[in-house]
Design a protein around this ligand. Structure first.
Ligand SMILES: Cc1ncc(COP(=O)(O)O)c(C=O)c1O
Length: 364
């Protein structure tokens, strides 16, 4: 007996294929590959190495936490690394300088701490402007002040990148993106600094947002960032992660029987229930609704009953031919994580980065 437990198959050729798709979309841009949250669950060091040493190289990496950047340096990654939320403590500045990291500046505390520090060498800065998302970034009216303080500081490298972040680019009908681009243009007009605005959705649907640096996350991993089903994107992308496990039990139940915790699902016919070794302890979403598709031997079958920590149950139907040990695909090749995330009332980002440590990783 040799049954597969929860396994994330990571297809590095798919990563390169998606990288080429991005490059084709924005051929003249530099690429900052976003690797935060363990490279969206795909393995921080693994993805960084693949995008450092292959023929298709990213120009920089983006992470959210200093620890993620340090882990990349410890793994031998030498490319520029940008801290997308900037630094959190004064002592971080020494670590940033020593490891040749780059930091976003998005608030006044960061500005004054950086400018008053006693650093051995200047740090490269990305100045983040709030153009309407109202999450991180300085107010447009404060731009001149920040810009002149940073350009005058001995602690700041002279090539400051000007950036902002798009809040609604996944929706091609939403006017906010045009407004954000227009405001970004107005604030940065006449300045020859490099600029950066586009996340995956910006890269895909808003060419005007490309500028010199694009910042893809989700697209790299072969997942569409768009709200609508944009077929062109779907067919061009290849999912990097395929999540699989296997059937560990198959049982017949009669009409009217209940399945799982809370007896939350009742069969309306005699049927066959398959039990798959994956649950919320692996990162499969507990809120996946009855009917969420699962692929078994290429056949779509519906999730039934509650998701448990280590198992889910599916309805294989009356005449099922499946056997114990058959492979179940939860998402990835053949079943888009975008679709599964809709059934779980969430987004693909959350499903991918929630993959837990006990899930086996198999590299292709
Ligand atoms: C500043 C910044 N840029 C780029 C990205 C990448 O976003 P996406 O995965 O949608 O491409 C993120 C992720 O949230 C981000 O915070």
């Amino acid at each position: 007996m040799a049954l597969r437990t929860a396994t994330a198959i990571i297809d590095l050729n798919a990563l390169i294929s998606n990288f080429c798709f991005i490059k084709k979309k924005a051929p003249n841009c530099q690429i900052l590959a976003v690797l935060k949250a363990n490279a969206y669950g795909h393995g921080l060091e693994r993805i960084a190495k693949e995008l450092s040493h292959s023929e298709h190289q990213a120009d920089a990496f983006g992470v959210a936490r200093l620890d993620e950047a340090i882990a990349l340096r410890a793994a031998g990654i030498e490319k520029p690394i940008v801290l997308l939320e900037g630094f959190f403590n004064k002592v971080d500045l020494g670590v940033i300088a020593k490891n040749k990291l780059q930091t976003i500046i998005h608030n006044h505390e960061q500005l004054t701490t950086l400018c008053s520090a006693n650093l051995e060498c200047p740090i490269k800065v990305w100045l983040k402007i709030d153009t309407g998302m109202h999450r991180l970034g300085i107010n447009p009216e404060d731009f001149s002040h920040y810009y002149s303080e940073l350009t005058a500081s001995k602690n700041v490298d002279s090539s400051i990148v000007l950036m902002s972040h798009l809040g609604c680019a996944d929706d091609t009908q939403n006017k906010n993106t045009d407004n954000q681009i227009a405001l970004f243009e107005e604030i940065t007009k006449g300045l020859s600094n490099s600029k950066s605005l586009a996340n995956s959705a910006g890269i895909d649907a808003w060419p005007r947002s490309h500028y010199q640096w694009i910042r893809p996350g989700l697209l790299l991993y072969g997942v569409s960032p768009m709200k609508e089903d944009i077929n062109e994107v779907h067919s061009a992308l290849v999912p990097v992660m395929t999540l699989q496990s296997s059937l560990i039990t198959i049982r017949k139940i009669a009409k009217g029987e209940f399945v799982g915790y809370g007896a939350a699902w009742k069969s309306d016919k005699e049927t066959t229930i398959g039990v798959i070794a994956i649950g919320y302890g692996d990162g499969y979403p507990r809120h996946a609704k009855n009917g969420t598709p699962v692929l078994i031997n290429g056949r779509r079958v519906p999730l039934v009953g509650r998701v448990s920590m280590d198992m889910i149950t599916v309805d294989l139907g009356q005449n099922s031919q499946e056997s114990i040990g058959d492979i179940a695909t939860l998402w990835g090749q053949g079943l888009a994580v975008e679709e599964v995330s809709t059934w779980a009332t969430t987004i693909p980002y959350e499903l991918l980065c929630n993959i837990s440590r006990r899930v086996h990783v198999s590299i292709r």
